[in-house]
Every structure is written in structure tokens, then in C-alpha cells.
Design a protein around this ligand. Structure first.
Ligand code: AN7
Length: 362
């Protein structure tokens, strides 16, 4: 029996993001339903962290997307629209996750993919993901912002589709994460949504999603947005572009966010806040997520928890609030960062007695 006629109902997740949300996003009947299994990510109640912090904390596990980051939501729609428009090649600049996602969707759609990355400044796993999927990877002697300038220019050539979050379809796909948060909270919005801000596409997308469902009467309230930048790459917090952004959270090592104005508007409209955290503070949150919630997110993602912690301390967020932290990317992508927060392993002979001795067991 062909799959098309299977009697087993296809789950909403199995259909893919475009099929599931076709009536909510900018696609039409002719847009190909390309999917690699994106979206439908879990919202997990973090019991121990909630107790420790005095909030009702939920973690949106965007790191469970097929390439290990939230980028798959928007990339799915951007690539489907590129195919529909007759593109033969995808191009993007990336701090790593966009390139991994673009490469995967290019493979699934049968397109070429060119990714421009800052030399030596992306996590090892992300580079490998793009290469394994068959993308042409070009390392530039420059940062993400330089790369984005270049790909904007290159993508004016016919048949080349720019899939950075300046592409409007990226935002359309990514806004579906807000719909899922509302669904998973039983038709309600959280009091606060905390997320990292790099190029500012994701915060723009969440705000659009929440606003659309609020306007449609599907949710009674809107969340306040807490956008968090790395101290060495905080153009929106500092109010000026950063020429040489620097942070261990290489995913958000961005000095001129393309959707910066929209991010500022979203934060203002939501009565939210933007703040910055140091590398030390974000690494501490990164370790806490792993130790106290069992979630191995990448450092850039953990900055959302670092932001929540300081916002609770200074009273921006009240104790008892219902908070969602968006965990945007997977920790497995970046083993070098993990090495910074762990002790060397113990070694010994293979017998129970030797192991007991090393463990200091009686
Ligand atoms: C894990 O991959 O910009 O504010 O080129 O990888 O929407 O840019 C990645 C960004 C947060 C910031 N968390 O999101 C890229 C890229 C992770 C990320 C962000 C990124 P935006």
C-alpha cells in the first residue's frame, strides 16, 4: 500500500510546518510542502529551576528541530518559496546555525547551497553539518555582518535566493513557534518570553506570532519580551553598532542586527526589556540548564536563562511569573564550549575495587 493511502492518520508534526500552518503563514497552494520534520517542538516545565528561581519556568526546546536549531522553522518556508520562485541556489551568511539549516533544506529540495561564515568563529558541529549536507562553505576573513553585506549583493543575481532572516518567509516560518507556545500553555500566553538576540529575526518573529493570535482573539494577553544580547555584541542594548563583536556565544556574535529596528519596536510594544550578559554569566546559565534541567543547549541559547536570572534579581520580572525561555540551539553542536565547564574525567584500572577507590567509595 502506498504511503499516500495509509489508513494511519498523519500527525500534525509529521506533515511538516508548512502543511500544518498553511492557513496562518504566507504560502499558497502551489508552495511545495518541503519538510525535514521541523517544528512541533516540546515545551518542558523545568521543575528544579522553577523551584530554585521562584518562577513557573518552561523551556521551549527549539534545539530538538532536525538540524538542532530554531532556524529550521523559517528555513523551511524560505526554501519552499525559493523553489516555487525557480531558484537553483541558496545563499546565506551565518554564525553557524543558519548555514546548517540552509544546507539541510537545500539537500532535501535538491538545490545548491553556498554559505559564508566568519573564519574560525563558528562551532565545529555547525561547520560539519553544512559540509556533510553538501553545501559549499566559504570562510571569510571578516565577521557575520561583513558576510551579510556580501550575500545581499550576491543574491541580486538570477536564481540565487538569500535565506538569511532578511528574507520575509523566514519570519513567517519562525512565528509558528509563538503559536505552539500558546497551544502548549492551554491557549494562554506566558507573562514573559526570554530569548537570545543576534540578528534579531527570532524576536521579531515571535512578536508577530503572538500579535497575530492576539488580534484574532485566540489568546487574551500578550507576553512581555526579554531579549538578551552578549555583552561584547550588544548593539541594541548599547544603542550603537558594534564594529568588532566578540563573545564565546559565537551564534550571536553580531554587531549590526538586520532586524534591529523591529526588535526594538517589539520590545517596546510588549513593555519588555533588552539586556546584556557577560560570557561568564551565560556560561554559568549554560551549566545550570544542563545540571538542573538536564537540557544541553548551546551557550547562545543559555543567555535567555542568564537574562531571566538578572531580571528576577532586579525586579524586572516578578517572582511567580509564568516564563518561557527559548532554547534556540543544541549543545552538541559546540563541544569546545562544553569543555570549558566540565572537570577532566577520572581514570583508573578496570576492577570494581579500583573504580571504588577512585570514587572514594567505602
Ligand atoms: C542558537 O546562524 O544568526 O536574533 O547565522 O544560532 O534571530 O539572529 C544565528 C542566530 C540565537 C539569534 N540562538 O537569533 C546564524 C545566526 C542561536 C542562534 C540566535 C542565533 P536571531
Amino acid at each position: 500500500m502506498s504511503l499516500l493511502h495509509s489508513p494511519i492518520p498523519v500527525t500534525p508534526r509529521g506533515q511538516g510546518l508548512i502543511a500544518r500552518w498553511a492557513d496562518q503563514i504566507d504560502v499558497d497552494a502551489d508552495t511545495p510542502r518541503i519538510t525535514i520534520g521541523e517544528g512541533g517542538t516540546p515545551l518542558v516545565a523545568a521543575a528544579r529551576l522553577s523551584a530554585a528561581l521562584g518562577v513557573d519556568l518552561h523551556l521551549k526546546l527549539e534545539l530538538t528541530n532536525p538540524t538542532g536549531s530554531f532556524k529550521d522553522r523559517g528555513m523551511c518556508v524560505a526554501v519552499a518559496r525559493a523553489v516555487q520562485a525557480g531558484a537553483h541556489t541558496l545563499i546565506c551568511a551565518s554564525t553557524g546555525n543558519t548555514s546548517a539549516s540552509a544546507a539541510a533544506f537545500a539537500a532535501a529540495a535538491g538545490l545548491k547551497c553556498v554559505v559564508i561564515i566568519p573564519s574560525g568563529k563558528i562551532a565545529a558541529g555547525k561547520l560539519q553539518q553544512a559540509q556533510v549536507a553538501g553545501a559549499q562553505v566559504i570562510q571569510i576573513d571578516g565577521n557575520f555582518d561583513d558576510g551579510l553585506d556580501a550575500v545581499r549583493e550576491l543574491s541580486t543575481r538570477p536564481g540565487i535566493a538569500l535565506v538569511n532572516s532578511v528574507n520575509p518567509y523566514r519570519i513567517e516560518g519562525q512565528k509558528t513557534a509563538a503559536f505552539e507556545v500558546i497551544e502548549d500553555l492551554g491557549g494562554e500566553a506566558p507573562d514573559w518570553l526570554c530569548l537570545p538576540v543576534g540578528n534579531a529575526g527570532n524576536i521579531t518573529a515571535y512578536w508577530r506570532g503572538f500579535q497575530e493570535w492576539h488580534a484574532a482573539g485566540k489568546v487574551a494577553t500578550l507576553p512581555r519580551l526579554l531579549g538578551v544580547q552578549a555583552a561584547g555584541a550588544a548593539p541594541l542594548v548599547d544603542g550603537a553598532p558594534v564594529a568588532e563583536p566578540e563573545t564565546i556565544a559565537t551564534a550571536i556574535r553580531i554587531g549590526r542586527p538586520a532586524r534591529g529596528e523591529e526588535a526594538l519596536a517589539a520590545v517596546a510594544e510588549s513593555n519588555g526589556r533588552l539586556l546584556k550578559r557577560t560570557d561568564e554569566q551565560l556560561l554559568s546559565a549554560y551549566a545550570r540548564l544542563a545540571h538542573e534541567a538536564g537540557i544541553f543547549a548551546e551557550p547562545a541559547s543559555a543567555i535567555s536563562l542568564a537574562g531571566l536570572i538578572v531580571a528576577l534579581e532586579d525586579g524586572t520580572i516578578e517572582r511567580g511569573s509564568r516564563v518561557v525561555c527559548v532554547l534556540t540551539g543544541h549543545g552538541l553542536k559546540d563541544p569546545d564550549s562544553a569543555a570549558r565547564i566540565v572537570e577532566p574525567t577520572l581514570t583508573c584500572g578496570p576492577s570494581a575495587a579500583e573504580i571504588a577507590a577512585v570514587l572514594d567509595l567505602a
